[in-house]
Design a binder for this molecule. Sequence first.
Ligand code: TYD
Length: 141
Amino acid sequence: MGNYEQVKMLDFPQRGDDRGHLVVVEGMQDIPFDIKRVFYIFGSDKDVIRGQHANKKTEFVLINVAGTSKVKIKDGKGNEKVFCLDKPHTGIYIPTMVWKDMYDFSKDSVLLVLASEHYDPKEYIRNYAEFVKKIEEREMR
Ligand code: TYD
């Protein structure tokens, strides 16, 4: 299965009760990797497009813990699909070597990102043409 086909929505256990909601995400259980890094994105305007990169090493899970956003995934061969993040108990799993754009942020959007690796700018591919070239090289192997 190619990396693009591995992109999927995840449903997390809800442990809420009459006191309120509680959602659990555990590394290697609900999240298909050990979580090494957490960051969150908020205050992005509706017309902002974030991401616009692929990662050689890092896998991600993105969860809109508040508000909504969309994620567009591209395989570098002309295929793309859009996922809506609109529930605090669901997330999108994004493996390595797929292109991702995050956009259409609601005003109240808080996008939580769980990552499998520490930050290393060298493993980010931020040029789409370079990404396509890398995908073509992988296909030829
Ligand atoms: P960027 O990767 O452009 O964010 P996004 O993909 O959400 O649009 O990162 C924005 C800035 O923050 C950039 O200067 C790099 C820095 N940064 C870190 O230092 N560590 C991190 O873990 C992340 C995600 C970004």
